[in-house]
Ligand binder design. Sequence first.
Ligand SMILES: *Cc1c(COP(=O)(O)O)cnc(C)c1O
Length: 366
Amino acid sequence: MNVPFVDLSSVHQPLAGALTAAIDRVMASSAFAGGPEVEAFETSFATYCGTDYCVGVGSGTAALELVLRAAGVGSGDEVIVPVNTFVADAEAVLLAGATPVFVDVDAGTGLVDGEAVAAAVGENTAAILPVHLYGQPAAMAPLQALAARQGLLLVEDACQAHGAGDDGRRVGSLGDAAAFSFYPSKNLGALGEAGCVTTDDATLAGRLRMLRDHGSRERYRHELLGRNDRMDGLQAAALGVKLPHLDGWNARRRELAARYRRGLAAVEGVVCLAEREAAEHVFHLFVVRVSQRDRVREGLQAAGIGTGIHYPVPLHLQPCCAQLGYREGAFPVAETLAGEILSLPMFPGLSDDQVDRVIGELRSLL
Ligand SMILES: *Cc1c(COP(=O)(O)O)cnc(C)c1O
């Protein structure tokens, strides 16, 4: 029995009829770029997140960059970003013309360290960009208080955390705005590329709608320097079919995570990353720390078990950030984690037997 790292067919197969019908509907209407399917999905997803607005865009990366630009963050501004995350957070800040100020993460959870954020705030800080990494919300209350006190923009990177919660509130509604990705393997994934921003701020939402569509709200009049970054109608239609299933898929992810946790408790050399008490974790990824990570990973691979590393190189050591001048050793927690973390198979169609096989294989390798 092989265990793939992720298998999307188990999610799509039962919905094949509904997805095909949605695609046929878009073809019949020819509303491929923006249009009524996108508006309908925006309304549903805003309701789901508990926000007034949702603005569909081309990807999670576009959502991050455009929300910063829409809020007026740019040249001369600093944005505080944790180093244990996907490169998009650094890209978005740099592409907006601002400067990322990196901070370390918490050793237990791998999430942004709130005290490090507070210590990094300076004269030029304009925004904080916490990442709800692996599906677990960052502790938002201290960041909300800090942002309010210092007048900073608070943008959630919720690209891995659709449906997750912190203190009983859904992510997407915990800052001034949030960026989501609908990349196919995310907890809510499109059949291609898509993303969105959620917010309660009408002005911000209006500027985002312009920026995604060539800076225009009236055809052929371009008030802002925008981009072509609209959400695609086919993707919106597919997302509309999948959204009602998100909570069920997340519940299954939580069950699988609990099974891993129980089974791995007795395996020496494996430590599951911690869950915050106030967090409703949706396990986009199930991440453990393991000694001799690379040897263990090869052993699992040889046994037909797929794994991942999220992420092997912290942002401050990425070549595309070299001009920022950070050195190895600057963020010891994230650097240590990068050498030990291993993402185990996790997707709603994973079976209990497959989880048990991964646990058994880890036990024999260690
Ligand atoms: C996937 C992801 C993004 C980027 O989303 P895309 O849709 O791939 O552009 C940004 N941040 C995090 C944490 C992600 O996991």
